[in-house]
Write a new protein. Structure first.
Length: 181
């Protein structure tokens, strides 16, 4: 039997996999163009992941673009995987809006629907997508970034989504335990 604790542990395991991979493919700024070495972002170093990648030639603008595309792809795929994990444990069947973390679960669900069934590009003229982005910005306290992308920063969006999902799972577990008494 799969327990709530095993779900929480698996979420942490998946998040740690993301961190380790993202340390190699963290966002690159244009400042690294012309360099032969790039280090991972401070966020990953704070997690004990101090990765440095050495290039046999100077880093180009194309290298930066390709790396950042991979970095974004990893974030998008984590969203899809996290939702699939919650769904496999029956946490999504009906969102109880009274429970803490329900907002994050619903944002995750909506993001996953778009990311899993499209190329993941943000279309601001689509009212549902615009509403979702506005909701993410408001919930996570963000400023609008790239107008062609969903905000998926690991520290500002993904980590808060994970925390909210875990709070929801714990609250749902307590609720179900109380109902069974």
């Amino acid at each position: 039997m799969r327990t709530i604790q095993s779900l929480l542990n698996e979420i942490d395991r998946q998040k740690n996999i993301l961190y380790r991979v993202k340390a190699f493919f963290s966002y690159m700024s244009n400042d690294v163009i012309g360099c032969n070495m790039v280090g991972c972002g401070g966020y990953y170093r704070s997690k004990g992941l101090d990765v440095r990648i050495y290039f046999s030639r100077p880093i180009t603008k194309e290298d930066v673009i390709q790396n950042n595309e991979i970095s974004r792809w990893l974030n998008e795929n984590f969203i899809i995987r996290l939702f699939a994990l919650l769904e496999s444990y029956g946490m999504y069947s009906k969102i109880d809006k009274e429970l803490e973390g329900s907002e994050e679960i619903d944002i995750l669900r909506r993001l996953r629907m778009i990311l899993a069934h499209s190329l993941g590009k943000y279309h601001p003229n689509d009212p549902d997508q615009r509403k979702l982005v506005d909701r993410i910005i408001r919930r996570m306290g963000l400023k609008m970034g790239d107008p062609a992308e969903f905000p998926l920063d690991i520290d500002k969006v993904i980590d808060p989504l994970v925390r909210g999902c875990k709070k929801y799972i714990e609250a749902k577990s307590i609720q179900e335990e109380n109902e069974s008494k």
